[in-house]
Design a protein around this ligand. Structure first.
Ligand code: PGA
Length: 251
């Protein structure tokens, strides 16, 4: 049985004070919860603050992005060693907002996956089709090309440290979540693709998260689909009550 994982992606929201309070509220409720894994991914400037609040608790710290080097002349970027230094356990890679708004391509995303895993981080690799691709029945082809590219060069052992988030672009921040049928179908395809490339064991162990307008109302259904193992939660993770209710509904 795979242990569920619920990740809060705070995106470019919160202030230092709000980040501290939000993390403290989550910890107060879930600090010793071990039935489900929970991680919070604050904006980079607040990683240190949130890390302090999470320290010694069961709630893990994650980053929303990383540059695939430890250090160097890369103005404005965040090195892998910096995330380790701040005690991040997870890093989100290939998020749709970075692909489509910041122009990251599959090759760059793969470099991040490889470098982050080599350093010992757990990678949350995001994949998802646009509305146009879904309408043209290209969802599977899109998931396949993004996934195969993101995982290129990895061993089956390394894939065990990858979590895949299925986030249809049209569902992110829109209030229109994937239906349970769409989410399950895509999750099953992702698991099948991993099985083809990395074998049965890696596929069976793979955690797949649903993302895109997951909230306290729809989470109970989406988190319990046969191939879904949790959620990557954006806006609904910015209010402690909503986020905690999503975590509870995953139990
Ligand atoms: P949303 O974002 O829950 O606000 O749709 C999810 C995500 O982008 O990770």
């Amino acid at each position: 049985m795979r242990q569920r994982l619920i990740v809060g992606n705070w995106k470019m929201f919160t202030t230092a004070a709000k980040a501290r309070r939000l993390a403290a509220d989550v910890v107060e409720e879930l600090g010793s919860e071990t039935r489900v894994r929970v991680a919070l991914c604050p904006p980079v400037p607040y990683l240190g603050i949130v890390g302090e609040v999470l320290s010694g608790t069961a709630v893990a710290l994650g980053a929303q992005n990383v540059y695939p080097e430890n250090e160097g002349a890369f103005t404005g970027e965040i090195g892998i060693n910096m995330l380790l230094d701040l005690r991040c356990r997870y890093v989100i890679v290939g998020h749709s907002e970075r692909r489509h708004t910041l122009g990251e391509d599959d090759r760059f995303i793969n470099r991040k996956v490889v470098a982050a895993l080599a350093a010992g981080l757990e990678v949350i690799a995001c994949v998802g089709e646009t509305l146009e691709q879904r309408r043209k029945r290209q969802t599977r082809a899109c998931l396949e090309s993004q996934l195969i590219s993101a995982l290129s060069g990895l061993t089956a052992e390394q894939v065990r440290h990858v979590v895949v988030a299925y986030e249809p672009v049209w569902a992110i921040g829109t209030g229109v979540n994937a239906t349970p049928e769409q989410a399950q179908e895509s999750a099953a395809e992702i698991r099948e693709l991993v099985k083809e490339r990395f074998g049965e064991e890696s596929a069976r162990a793979l955690l797949i998260l649903d993302g895109g307008s997951v909230n306290a109302t729809n989470a109970a259904t989406l988190m319990h689909l046969p191939d879904m193992d949790g959620g990557l939660i954006g806006h609904a993770s910015l209010e402690a009550d909503q986020f905690l209710s999503i975590v509870r509904s995953s139990l």
